[in-house]
Ligand binder design. Structure first.
Ligand code: UD1
Length: 418
């Protein structure tokens, strides 16, 4: 049985917290190590479960991986294996990002489908369509995505939606293709920019990182490098929202406020005072937060990964907020858990309408994914009594030292192992 958290509400978060490397970056950078023979060193790796899980996937592909503190060293053999089996990939979705590098390096990839999850169906059609345009065949066979290409050729590709995962897989295949690829309507997330920075350091020729059009001139080979992961903007912003919800005063270091401008603007709209420098920001909330509307969108829009925190904020705000989810259809399942905590919330399709209450009321709740879990803990901090949050292994997958950081800020959160 998974651990649970006991969250005692009523406290105010105050103090400083330092965030580590971005989960949504490190896993892709680790996969990119497959593109070059030799030892790739990745520093500022966060201490979360998905990092050793990704290490296992890479070991299954013939890499030698060591993790020492926040440094991962991945030694890729001249000929990696091309098949990532179900036991290794099933535990986390991001494992599918080995697909692009394997097709590029081995001309063949068989990657077990990780399956859907609690935030909605997560098809791979755009990943496959992009690889096909690069000259690969791609099918789903016996629960695996299979891709093959004797030679990858540059192509003009336009994504139907700026999918983060599809952009990364296509990018990691295109860097070793013949000729030039143009990837239009590409995702612009800071984690994509981080991946492009590392790939360019490795010898790739990518331009346009951070814009909707990536141009990739294929090269014959890449070399292993050392790269530092960018700070986790989602973890950082979670602490910012927590400060606003608890009428606290929290300084967050280790992530760039320029990666979360819209989120900080929203907190400001809710009444928080925000100050910041290049790699830190401070959120001070003196009064009850005001209701604010949120609509999730691909970057630079409001991140879907912070939607549960936005709902938490709306649940205790003064007034009525409308939250619109445009990225993952099933993410509103989490709202039922918020209702259990006394939130006055209703959903209809892509929209949730939340009338803020003065105080939530503690209850046992279930954490269905990483971000929903963190959102429930924040809500528990604003409830009377003790909220039990179950299945917190989800939170451990995305938030290193969550309980320790929470306690350092004065939040009364304890872990219970049953
Ligand atoms: C990544 C992040 C996740 C974040 C999401 C959106 C990682 C490990 N995860 O997930 O935390 O919430 O970006 O910012 O980086 N889609 C298709 N077909 C495809 C691919 C995607 O229909 O081939 C749809 C998805 O179902 C979803 C939307 O596109 O509705 C966005 O998905 P995508 O950007 O690909 O998210 P992930 O890369 O899976």
């Amino acid at each position: 049985m998974s651990d649970r958290f006991l969250v005692t509400g009523g406290g105010r978060l105050e103090g400083e917290v330092v965030v580590g490397g971005a989960k949504n970056s490190v896993l892709k950078l680790m996969a990119a190590a497959l593109l070059a023979e030799g030892t790739t060193t990745i520093t500022n790796c966060p201490d979360i479960l998905d990092v050793p899980l990704m290490a296992d996937v890479l070991r299954g592909l013939g890499c030698d991986v060591t993790i020492d503190g926040d440094t991962a060293r991945i030694t890729t053999p001249p000929e990696p294996k091309y098949q990532a089996d179900f036991p290794a990939v099933r535990q986390f979705r991001a494992s599918v990002c080995v697909l692009g590098p394997l097709v590029a390096r081995c001309h063949r990839a068989i990657v077990a489908l990780p399956g859907g999850d609690a935030i909605g169906s997560r098809p791979l059609d755009m990943h496959q369509a992009g690889l096909r345009l690069l000259g690969a065949t791609s099918t789903i066979e016996h629960g695996c995505v299979v891709a093959e290409a004797q030679e990858l050729r540059g192509a003009d590709i336009r994504l139907a939606f700026p999918s983060v995962g599809a952009t990364e897989n296509i990018l990691m295949a295109a860097v070793l293709s013949h000729g030039q690829t143009t990837l239009d309507n590409a995702a612009r997330e800071p984690e994509i920019v981080d991946l492009c920075t590392m790939l360019n350091q490795m010898g790739a020729q990518i331009s346009g990182a951070g814009t909707s059009t990536l141009t990739i001139r294929g090269v014959d080979r890449l070399q292993a490098v050392t790269h530092r992961v960018i700070g986790d903007r989602i973890v950082a912003a979670t602490w910012g929202v927590a400060a606003a919800m608890t009428r606290g005063d929290v300084t967050v270091r280790g992530a760039s406020p320029s990666h979360m401008q819209l989120v900080l603007n929203k907190l400001n709209e809710a009444g928080a005072e925000i100050t910041h420098g290049p790699r830190w920001f401070r959120v001070v909330q003196r009064d009850r937060p005001r209701a604010v509307n949120f609509a999730t969108l691909p970057y630079p829009g409001f991140p879907t990964d912070l939607q549960p925190m936005a709902i938490g904020l709306a649940a205790v705000a003064d007034g009525t907020s409308m939250i619109t989810e445009n990225v993952f259809e099933a993410r509103f399942r989490f709202v039922e858990e918020m209702v259990r905590l006394g939130a006055d919330a209703r959903t209809d399709g892509h929209h949730a309408v939340i009338r803020g209450v003065e105080q939530l009321s503690s209850a046992p709740v279930w954490s269905s994914d990483i971000r929903a879990g963190a959102g429930l803990v924040l809500a528990g901090l604003c409830a009377d009594g003790v909220t039990e949050v179950y299945d917190v292994y989800h939170i451990d997958r995305g938030y290193p030292r969550f309980v320790e950081d929470m306690q350092q800020l004065g939040g009364d959160v304890r872990r219970v192992s049953d």
